[in-house]
Write a protein that binds this ligand. Structure first.
Ligand SMILES: Cc1ncc(COP(=O)(O)O)c(C=O)c1O
Length: 378
């Protein structure tokens, strides 16, 4: 089987984990947590990086820190992994869905602009939905597959409408827009180190922010809001969202390899684009101008997606469909959805992800290409 997106653990993982086990520092205290946070901050150019147990917890924490809750809306794209919407739902706020651009698969900024101009109004320093006078508390762009939207334009719109930006940058570690790293544009950004991501800790996440006070509060809230090193005094409802030392140790080892992993992903992306160009009716995701993507998971569109999916999986080429749009899931069906022609549904019906594991050889990539070509010949 040629795997879709499996971990590549080829560096100091064993050494660092062994050190944790040898010294007994496996849990919530230990030096690797800080070292991993520093490595992420340094790599992304973020002033602060606060680790947490997964990307979902990071998104949830970001919204908690902004006081987002019951009665609020948070704008999110309709095509994302379900965790984006779940995190919004945990706060009791309601997601307000926006369609995506059919070419780059990110939130459609033309649609966003029209929506803000036509359907919202400003009062004091907040934005409200005209229909029901409820506050729109934040906007959450998702950097789908490591691509991004035009972040300058998004930031300008967000500024004009007083909308804090929380970036779901869980898939975009290493991606940049005009030289600046994903996750550092918004008031918060988030990373995920889930098993299929560009680096992994098994499970883990990181909250990025450029604000010292918010960073301190994020650390506080994710570590049970304890105020005293000795006494068990907690000054708010905190969370046990910590990333443990043994996982941070894996994370540090992975960070040491990240530049090489990104290089490998870019090579794969170029390999696939060159050899699949013009094959069948295949079309690729457009990379937004100004974005240098991490090329995390190679995905393309074809009208024969279902057939191709079965064909590849039967032949040991592990492939996956794209996320079901949020408005098609039972718990999110009745959410407000702003769209003109439901591009999210069209992309979902046609997109397929193919093997992009960092450890794949060029020979394996060629096998994937040959199997796809064989499918279109039949
Ligand atoms: C777009 C998106 N948002 C959120 C998440 C949640 O991250 P995690 O699985 O670390 O909770 C993921 C990854 O799994 C994701 O791909």
């Amino acid at each position: 089987m040629i795997p879709l997106s499996i971990p590549h653990l080829a560096g100091n993982e064993w050494n660092y984990v062994k050190e944790c086990l040898d010294t007994g520092w496996v849990s919530t205290a230990g030096a690797y947590v800080g070292k991993f946070e520093n490595a992420i901050a340094e790599f992304t150019g973020s002033l602060y990086a606060i680790s947490c147990m997964n990307g979902t917890a990071g998104l949830h924490t970001a919204m908690n820190l902004l006081g987002i809750g019951s009665g609020d809306y948070v704008i999110a794209p309709n095509l994302t992994f379900v965790a984006t919407l779940n995190a919004i739902s945990y706060t009791k706020a309601e997601p307000l869905l926006l369609d995506i651009d059919p070419e780059d698969w990110q939130m459609d900024l033309d649609l966003l602009q029209r929506f803000l101009e036509v359907d919202t109004y400003l009062r004091d320093t907040a934005c409200y939905l005209k229909k029901d006078d409820r506050r729109i508390a934040a906007i959450m762009p998702v950097h789908v597959l490591g691509n991004m939207c035009d972040m300058d334009r998004l930031a300008a719109l967000a500024d004009r409408y007083h909308l804090p930006v929380i970036e779901d940058s869980t898939e975009a570690l290493g991606s940049t827009f005009r030289g600046r790293h994903a996750g550092t544009f918004g008031i918060f950004g988030t990373s995920s180190f889930n098993g299929n991501k560009i680096i992994t800790t098994g499970g883990g996440g990181m909250i990025l922010t450029q604000d010292e006070k918010l960073a301190a509060h994020a650390k506080h809230l994710t570590t049970t809001a304890k105020t005293d090193p000795m006494d068990y005094f907690h000054d708010e409802v905190g969370y046990n969202y910590r990333l443990v030392n043994v996982l941070a140790a894996i994370g540090l080892a992975q960070m040491e390899q990240l530049p090489g992993l990104i290089e490998r992903k870019k090579h794969m992306d170029a390999f696939y684009r060159k050899r699949l160009d013009g094959v069948g009716d295949i079309s690729f995701q457009r990379v937004t101008e100004g974005v240098d993507p991490n090329c995390w998971l190679f995905t393309f569109r074809t009208r024969r997606m279902r057939e191709l999916l079965n064909y590849l999986n039967k032949r040991g080429v592990q492939s996956r469909p794209f996320w079901t749009p949020m408005n098609q899931l039972p718990m999110y069906r009745s959410l407000p959805y702003y769209t003109q022609s439901d591009h999210a549904a069209q992309v979902h019906a046609t997109a397929i992800s193919i093997p992009s594991s960092s450890g794949l050889t060029d020979g394996q990539l060629q096998e994937v290409v040959d199997t796809i070509k064989e499918f279109y010949r039949n």
